[in-house]
Design a protein around this ligand. Structure first.
Ligand SMILES: C[S@@+](CC[C@H](N)C(=O)[O-])C[C@H]1O[C@@H](n2cnc3c(N)ncnc32)[C@H](O)[C@@H]1O
Length: 231
């Protein structure tokens, strides 16, 4: 039963990834800025994935990571709350003739989830869409979905606790983003800080520990952090 206080994660916060125009633009920008194959290799290594592994990717977006991981694992369940993202990702999988990725509607808290424990859970640039209490529920659900010894790869914008002056820190980050990724992404970074729900590292780490996961790897570069966690 859906309790009336359940957070409605289908409503997009900040950037509207439900808008088909935004979806195409996002894919184009990410293809220029990121190397999905290199990301998939890092994930494969961090999660010790093999061709027998099943993986659940949450907030798959345009599916680039799920499709890049596909050749290294048995199956990827890739979910997102945005029907426009899922449609775009399914078409991409068809064009590339990738058959072992299934795109399903669902988020951290609701909708599709694999019907058996998975070896790896992956989520990139998506958990910050939830306020903190709901992040902790999401981390619990991710932990529940893993085999004992299974791993979570969590990459997101996380605010560091090592600065005393957040305004100066944000100004520096936005200047760097503008320099390396252009005005549009700098503007989205401003919107991110203002309207989305990135949290502080110590809060996120506390939530991870309480969800029954152990942090076995952490890598912070500027605004982005990667946590590798084991059940
Ligand atoms: C910034 S995009 C990241 C997409 C992809 N993971 C990547 O790294 O490029 C954020 C994605 O998270 C999805 N999203 C937002 N809230 C979500 C939720 N509660 N559960 C799952 N996905 C969510 C959005 O629809 C969007 O596709």
């Amino acid at each position: 039963m859906n309790d009336p206080w359940q957070y409605d994660e289908t409503i997009q916060v900040g950037t509207d990834y439900g808008d088909p125009k935004e979806v195409g633009d996002y894919d184009e920008r990410m293809l220029k800025l990121r190397d999905a194959d290199a990301e998939a290799k890092d994930i494969q290594k961090a999660l010790s994935l093999s061709t027998d592994s099943t993986v659940w990717e949450i907030g798959t977006g345009t599916g680039e990571c799920a499709l890049a991981l596909a050749s290294a694992v048995k199956h990827v369940y890739a979910t997102d709350v945005s029907p426009a993202m899922l449609e775009y990702a399914r078409r991409k999988a068809e064009r590339r003739h990738v058959g072992n990725v299934t795109f399903e509607k669902g988020g951290f808290l609701s909708g599709f989830r694999p019907d058996h424990p998975v070896h790896g859970v992956v989520t990139q640039l998506a958990l910050h869409h939830l306020p903190d209490f709901w992040k902790s529920r999401a981390l619990g659900a991710m932990a529940d979905s893993l085999h004992p010894g299974g791993r979570l790869y969590l990459r997101d914008v996380v605010f560091p606790s090592t600065t005393d002056d957040y305004d100066a820190f944000f100004r520096t980050v936005i200047d760097e983003v503008r320099l390396h990724a252009g005005d549009r992404i700098a503007q989205q970074t401003v919107q991110h800080i203002k309207t989305e729900f990135s949290t502080l590292d110590w809060i996120l780490e506390g939530m991870i520990a309480r969800s029954g996961l152990r942090i076995v790897g952490k890598d912070c570069s500027g605004f982005l952090s990667v946590y590798v966690c084991e059940k």
